[in-house]
Design a protein around this ligand. Structure first.
Ligand code: ZN
Length: 469
């Protein structure tokens, strides 16, 4: 690595992957600080390295080996060795992984199941997949877990069946397409959950966006989110590394019908390639898009039922600083009496009292985001670095909970305060997970520098066109 920004713990704000030392340090910190303190884990994928090195091309075996290694680390870190071996007791907290577009070879491509890839991933993740779900996973790479039995389920979606870049499948229109089959399955899961009075968190790797999902998948996902807005209390995704949130609205259903021919797939592939090679897209541009997106949220009351909030978590890979989130959720269960009152009110006020809109049992209350300052860590090669608090949604965003109205309110505050406000600055800092000044400094050096080949490529070069709303 050039120009001295690399170090034993990883090269921040570059396109480098995580070194083993960073992975070890992360699990060590998790074990020391969070073992036996968490209820469940949502793990949004991309465990294998990127295919950035022409000298060492990736192989399928390596992909699976890296996924197996991370799985074993999760099991070791969060396993309860005392309970292990007892047949009936679960020996670790529920962990819900999902398939990343980088966990497979070639990238992005998953054929309709059952297939060898899903069989191998099933083999690796079988400790996490509930017994009755194994067949579902083998057929489609998705499943759900009752992370709190009879109360809360987390769904792991195989978003690669919705992803435009997966040219082996073709949207969610035709009945026999795996995306269509998956959304039909999701509809049934949500229907049954609704019947049983369960709440749901949806999770996956690639988030639902117009430019990343085929339009048919995007619209169907949006429709389901709105249809079951009463019971879906969160949408948690990864892939883009940037910490931010955006809205999925009923309005997006009205996009023109799509041309889902094979040609479309080819066009997208070309678009993607071009986007990676050019430097047209940068983070500032993305931020402006985000701001414009927040501006579109109407200033009228009672729009909550038309909106779902998509949360993108940061990642361990040092695209920015490595980071992760610990969520708190409401554990105060309603008594029967409360429940009756609640139901009565619900019928009066309809959606406004649904759990996605009112802070109630199982509503996410907020999260604390932890980051590892790699610039600092790299100064001390012999000291295992620790994660530190970057921010919390309570203190930094003044949010009381993570309901849809609270996110809408935050978006409104961002718009009201304007792009020069400290709130917007904070949002931007968080989006780049602590590396904003580092990236700015790097760019400044680049423009002053005569020898531009000397500049190390970073995330600012790779914010690609597909990240749009
Ligand atoms: Zn990804």
């Amino acid at each position: 690595m050039k120009r001295g920004i690399s170090g034993p713990w990883g090269a921040p704000a570059t396109v480098c992957d995580s070194p083993m030392s960073l992975i070890e340090a992360t699990f060590e910190w998790l074990e020391n600080n969070w073992k036996n303190k968490l209820d469940f884990i949502i793990w949004t994928g991309d465990n294998a390295r990127h295919d950035n090195d022409d000298m060492i091309p990736r192989t399928p075996e390596e992909m699976f080996q890296l996924n197996r290694m991370i799985t074993e680390k999760f099991l070791k870190t969060f396993g309860d060795t005392q309970l292990r071996g007892r047949k009936k007791a679960p020996h670790f907290i529920p962990i819900v992984p999902s398939i990343g577009n980088n966990d497979i070879h070639p990238n992005n491509i998953v054929l309709p199941g059952p297939n060898d890839l899903l069989t191998i991933l099933h083999d690796i993740w079988s400790p996490f997949i509930p017994k009755k779900q194994h067949k579902t996973f083998l057929n489609g790479g998705y499943f759900y877990t009752e992370v709190i039995p009879d109360k809360l389920i987390v769904v792991s979606l195989n978003t690669l069946y919705f992803y435009k870049a997966n040219t082996a499948v073709n949207g969610c229109k035709a009945k026999d397409q795996p995306g269509t089959i998956q959304l039909r399955w999701l509809n049934n899961v949500l229907k049954r959950a609704n019947k049983r009075g369960l709440k749901v968190y949806l999770s996956g790797h690639v988030a639902p966006r117009i430019k990343q999902y085929t339009k048919s998948c995007y619209r169907k996902y949006g429709r389901l989110s709105i249809k079951y807005h009463d019971i879906i209390l969160g949408h948690f995704y990864g892939h883009s590394n940037m910490d931010h949130f955006f809205f999925l609205s009923e309005r997006s259903r009205k996009f023109r019908p799509v041309n889902t021919t094979i040609r479309e797939g080819l066009n997208i592939l070309q678009e993607d390639r071009e986007a990676v090679e050019t430097k047209v897209y940068n983070i500032d541009k993305y931020m402006n898009k985000l701001l414009r997106h927040y501006r579109k949220v109407p200033f009228t009351r009672e729009i909550e039922k038309e909106y779902a909030v998509i949360n993108i978590n940061p990642s361990i890979i040092p695209t920015f600083f490595p980071a992760l989130r610990i969520f708190d959720y409401n554990t105060t269960e309603l008594t029967n009496e409360d429940h009756e009152v609640n139901l009565a009110e619900k019928s009066k006020k309809d959606h406004l009292n649904s759990p996605a809109h009112v802070n109630t049992f199982l509503t996410p209350l907020g999260y604390t985001q932890y980051l590892m300052n790699l610039t600092h860590a790299n100064l001390y090669p012999n000291i295992t670095p620790e994660y530190i608090i970057e921010y919390t949604t309570w203190n930094d965003y003044n949010m009381n909970d993570l309901t849809v109205p609270s996110w809408i309110q935050l978006a409104r505050r961002i718009v009201n305060h304007g792009f020069r406000s400290s709130l917007w600055k904070r949002i931007q800092d968080h989006l780049m997970v602590g590396t904003r000044s580092l990236i700015r400094e790097k760019n400044k050096r680049h423009y002053q520098n005569v020898d531009s080949n000397d500049r190390v490529k970073g995330p600012e070069d790779y914010i690609i066109s597909e990240l749009s709303f």
